[in-house]
Design a protein around this ligand. Structure first.
Ligand SMILES: Cc1cc2nc3c(=O)[nH]c(=O)nc-3n(C[C@H](O)[C@H](O)[C@H](O)COP(=O)(O)OP(=O)(O)OC[C@H]3O[C@@H](n4cnc5c(N)ncnc54)[C@H](O)[C@@H]3O)c2cc1C
Ligand SMILES: NC(=O)c1ccc[n+]([C@@H]2O[C@H](COP(=O)([O-])OP(=O)(O)OC[C@H]3O[C@@H](n4cnc5c(N)ncnc54)[C@H](O)[C@@H]3O)[C@@H](O)[C@H]2O)c1
Length: 456
């Protein structure tokens, strides 16, 4: 098809996931002529195959687990898991059967022009999609996110393995599941599946699951999943994959072979810059991520936001970076990106929330590290809660400045309790102020007070 005449606009946004939708919508609302390009679904990974449907699964799995805790607390219970309502909720409530009409209308309703297709950068300010070229006079915004990494394991390519996408779309669960990767995706989905009766084995290459977090978090997650019947293998890698009518067989680096009806690959994400044509604007197509400054700029009149920047692959980070980029593009000023208090929550049960530095990171940064730790079961609320009360609070303080630089909050409401700790790290609330704070009784968050006292 011959190329149409180039169309000139103020801004072109490539990728309308969480970050791109935020930027494109706000620029359009500000009166700029904006073309937003998306080759899959407007909204991106989070609403269709990520956060929202997986948290619906987790809500269902947690309901089963709570029902199983009734004996000893409130009588007797019989639990018969059924995936049907979960699949129905994901289809009907979360994803509209993977239809983005509402999101497209939301964007065009703000005045944006929507183009469905896979875009490639053709030079400074120039983007090609569907044999049409758009030229951005003011801003080119790259918000192309990431895709699941498929490791180069012998025999894996071409087999019908799952990534998060197929796991979310599943109408029926397998009898058994092998999970490659013990990060956030691997652990969250493993626990859900196990709670629905799937026999799950996690294969994690490093020596602990959730390896980016505190060792105490890894241990807690491993214990919790083991209690749900998940087998966790650490320090082993899959060397060969075979698939037959019976399912998958993995030959591991320790010589063992393990089998499962289905295989979930959850070994991280890749930004796939090579396909985007970033070399045409002087950026490295082999880089892992686009390197941004504190205004989210990657080159002259080019901004990047969200997972593609590698600054923390979370929806809240994509939205945060989107806000920084929009303010910069519109010349509105305000603070630049500040990553000191990056929060993250792994929604296992117990939830594992963390913000800022881990102890290791703080020590590596040469800080005068002080640690405050308290176990949740020994708090009043943990004691009251009984079954399912596992968790802890760990604080990482910089003794020289008397402020927290990091914290972990693990427990039944670990992600919620994290809120107070995020404020403390972000606003550099003095430890002396935290010490004098009144924490309501008997809440889970009151354990923060115990952990502050334990800082010494
Ligand atoms: C299973 C799972 C669970 C998750 N759970 C959570 C959670 O609980 N909390 C949380 O904060 N985060 C969670 N995340 C992470 C979250 O989904 C991402 O951080 C978020 O989606 C990033 O938004 P983004 O806009 O950067 O990228 P994406 O959402 O990936 O959007 C990028 C968009 O760009 C499009 N695109 C790419 N290349 C092109 C191109 N060349 N042309 C046109 N379009 C293109 C893609 O189709 C995509 O729609 C989860 C992720 C997964 C996979
Ligand atoms: N609750 C949340 O906010 C949430 C939930 C899910 C995903 N996410 C986001 O999505 C990102 C991706 O999640 P993920 O779990 O795929 O990645 P991850 O990077 O968190 O974990 C991947 C794990 O796979 C292991 N691994 C890599 N190659 C392997 C191999 N060949 N064999 C065995 N193990 C191997 C790694 O050591 C690592 O522990 C997360 O980092 C997070 O930013 C967030």
């Amino acid at each position: 098809m011959p190329m149409g005449e180039a169309q000139h606009v103020d801004a072109v946004v490539v990728g309308l996931g969480v970050g791109g939708e935020e930027v494109a919508g706000r620029l359009a609302e500000a009166g700029l002529s904006v073309v937003g390009i998306e080759h899959a679904l407007v909204g991106g990974e989070c609403p269709y195959w990520g956060c929202i449907p997986t948290k619906m699964m987790i809500r269902a799995g947690n309901a089963l687990a709570e029902a199983r805790r009734i004996p000893g607390l409130a009588g007797a219970s019989t639990v018969r898991p059924d995936w049907t309502p979960v699949a129905r909720r994901i289809r009907a409530e979360a994803t509209d059967t993977w239809d983005d009409k509402v999101a497209v209308d939301r964007f065009t309703g703000k005045g944006g022009r929507f183009v469905r297709g896979r875009a490639a950068i053709a030079g400074p300010g120039r983007v090609r999609v569907n044999d049409q070229e758009y030229v951005a006079a003011r801003a080119l915004v790259l918000a192309t996110g990431t895709a699941a990494v498929v490791p180069p394991i012998d025999g894996l390519a071409g087999t019908p393995f799952w990534t998060n996408r197929e796991a979310v779309e599943a109408e029926h669960l397998p009898g058994s599941l092998l999970v490659l990767g013990g990060g956030a995706i691997g652990l969250e989905l493993s626990q859900v599946m196990a709670r629905f009766g799937v026999s799950v084995t996690v294969i994690e290459g490093s020596d602990r699951v959730l390896a980016m977090e505190e060792p105490e978090s890894s241990e807690l997650a491993a214990q919790a999943l083991s209690r749900d019947g998940v087998t966790i293998l650490t320090g082993v890698r899959a060397q060969r994959v075979a698939h037959s009518a019976d399912g998958f067989a993995l030959t591991l680096s320790d010589g063992r072979t393990i089998t499962g009806q289905q295989l979930l690959v959850a070994t991280g994400r890749t930004a796939r810059l090579g396909e985007l044509g970033v070399d045409s604007i002087g950026l490295d197509p082999t880089a892992r991520h686009l390197v941004t400054d504190d205004r989210m700029r990657v080159a002259d009149q080019v901004w990047a936001v969200g997972d593609v920047t590698g600054n923390g692959a979370f929806t809240h980070m994509a939205m945060y970076e989107g806000d920084v980029a929009v303010r910069d593009i519109l010349g509105q000023g305000g603070p630049g990106a500040d990553y000191r208090a990056r929060p993250r929550v792994t929604f296992t049960d117990p939830e594992i929330g963390a913000v800022g530095f881990t102890e290791r990171q703080a020590r590596d940064a040469g800080l005068d590290v002080r640690i405050g730790h308290t176990a949740l079961p020994s708090s009043s609320r943990g004691f009251i809660h009984g079954p399912g009360n596992d968790g802890f609070i760990k604080l990482v303080a910089d003794g020289a400045r008397g402020v927290l630089v990091g914290a972990t909050s693990a427990g039944p409401a670990g992600g919620e309790v994290l809120g107070a700790l995020s404020v403390a790290v972000h606003a550099e609330v003095p430890v002396s102020t935290l010490r004098g704070t009144i924490w309501a009784y008997p809440t889970f968050h009151r354990a923060i007070g115990d952990a502050v006292r334990a800082l010494g």
